[in-house]
Structures are given as C-alpha cells and as structure tokens.
Design a protein around this ligand. Structure first.
Ligand code: AMP
Length: 268
C-alpha cells in the first residue's frame, strides 16, 4: 500500500510524534504519514524492536528517524559516544539518511554524523570527538573506529539496520555481528530490509527481541508512469558469446551497461 491509497489519519501527531518534530515534517510538506510510518512509529516510540520489510521509496527513513529523534536526542552530544547508531550498506545511503535525520531533527538541535569508508579518517575523528548523538555508518568504517577506540557504543540505546539484505550481499554479516556485540544488550533494534530471506531472519532472530513485524509493498508506479522495458534474448553457442556481446554493445551503444557472467574467469 502506498501513501496515496490511504485516507488521512490525523497526521504525525496522531502517531505520538512530538510537536517539534511534527511541525518540522509539516514544514517539509509531509502532510500524512506513509503506511510504513503509520505502522512503525508507534511501536518504535514504545521502545519495541521491529522487523520491517520495506523498500526504498516507502518513507522508511522517517519511520525510524522520528522515533530516534524523539526518544534519544536531547541536543547534548557526548564525545565519541552516540546514543543511536544507524548502519547502512553504502556511503550514498549514509549521507542521505544523515541528511534526513538532520532535516527532521533541526528543531531539537540533533547532531548527526555520517561515517563511511573512503572519507578522510582525520576529519571523522575530529567530528566524533566533537560528539554526535546519532551516527549513520557503513559497517566496515564503524568497526574501524570501534577498534581505534574512537567510537564507543556503550551508550547506544537504538540501533537501526537499514537495507539489511544489501549489507549482507556486500559481505558485512560478520562486521554486523561484531558491531552489535559492542552495543548494550538492552538496546532497541530495528531491522529494515526489502527482502526477508532466511539469512535475514536468522540475524533478526539473533539480535532482535520479540520484534513487531511489518511488511509494506514497494510503491506502485502510477498509470502511464510504468517504466517501459524491452527485453531481448540472443541465443548463441558458447564460443561465439564474446563476439556476440561485442556486436550487441556496438549496436545498442548504451551510455552504461552491466554484464553478468557465471564465473570469475568469464568476468575477466
Ligand atoms: P524513503 O523511502 O525513506 O527513501 O523516502 C522516500 C521519499 O519520500 C523521500 O523523498 C522522503 O522525503 C519522502 N517522504 C517520506 N515520508 C513522507 C511523507 N509522510 N509525506 C511525503 N513525503 C514523504
């Protein structure tokens, strides 16, 4: 269900969102909560763990950001000791989620810091030292800071695993385990994933306590907006595959392309 399918519900305040945050959202033009927000915000505000199946575009960022801002952000950061940790698979998502938290939490003077691989470590060390109440991190870089002693998770009250399936696909499973081990047992944990295969469910079983389960379908394209996809298959004998691929690329001359192969050697 998308936000267009549902009748108005009385806005964010009806979900228990505090006035400072509700007005920030109104100012951003968010009139009504989306389905994932309606279902996730009340249990998260109560402190429940949550297992949410939701894709990007459903409004899931605000669904976990608002409860974090309301429950743990006071505007008084401690050096190197965040109160909430959001783990995401990529640097782009880290920046995007941090920016959203910053926008929604401006009235509360929320300090939000994205930390990700590839960014200058010295800059991150100084920012962590100044203190951030919410850290949004990619797992590898978070672990790096934990091991350096520059990220202390002992004061973390909320952990969000965002796009958990992507994090596992990128090989972060062990990093996630190692990071979660450094957080207090009594923390609140929310896991969001577009898909819920077995390996996600086993992470949930290991790290979530009696979670509320929520599943929200990805937003459907409006009529007329559906992407038009042309699919073509060329069946060629194995020895001719390379030449055929070369011809197809010449003919189509795409601005970008992804070629999938079965083996590492074929990729080379
Ligand atoms: P997300 O799924 O979190 O990436 O959000 C998708 C987009 O929806 C973002 O551009 C948000 O700014 C926007 N959005 C989130 N919640 C709402 C809402 N309640 N009303 C309008 N737009 C929203």
């Amino acid at each position: 269900m998308t936000r267009d399918d549902v009748p108005p519900t009385g806005g964010f305040a009806a979900l228990g969102v505090e006035p400072a945050l509700a007005s920030a959202l109104e100012a951003l033009g968010y009139e009504e909560p989306t389905a994932i927000q309606r279902e996730s915000i009340p249990p998260l505000l109560e402190g429940r763990d949550l297992l949410g199946q939701a894709a990007t575009g459903t409004g899931k960022t605000a669904a976990f950001a608002l409860p974090i801002l309301q429950r743990v952000v006071t505007g008084e950061p401690e050096p190197n000791r965040p109160r909430a940790l959001v783990l995401v698979p990529t640097r782009e998502l880290a920046m995007q989620v941090a920016e959203a938290l910053h926008r929604y939490g401006r009235a509360k003077h929320a300090s939000v810091l994205p930390i990700y691989g590839g960014q200058h470590i010295g800059q991150q060390l100084r920012a962590l030292q100044r203190g951030a109440e919410v850290v949004v991190a990619t797992p590898g870089r978070a672990l790096d800071h934990i091991e350096r002693g520059t990220l202390d998770l002992g004061g973390v009250r909320v952990v969000v695993l965002d796009e958990a399936d992507e994090m596992l696909d990128m090989g972060f499973a062990e990093d996630l385990d190692a990071i979660l081990k450094r957080t207090p047992k009594e923390r609140q944990t929310a896991l969001f994933s577009a898909t819920l295969p077995k390996r996600i469910l086993s992470i949930a079983e290991k790290h979530l306590r009696n979670p509320v389960r929520i599943a929200i379908a990805a937003p459907r394209p409006q009529a007329g907006e559906a992407p038009r996809v042309r699919q073509v298959a060329y069946v060629v004998a194995r020895p001719h595959k390379h030449a055929a691929l070369g011809r197809v690329l010449d003919m189509e001359s795409p601005t970008s392309a992804i070629v999938f192969c079965r083996t590492k050697r074929e990729v080379d």
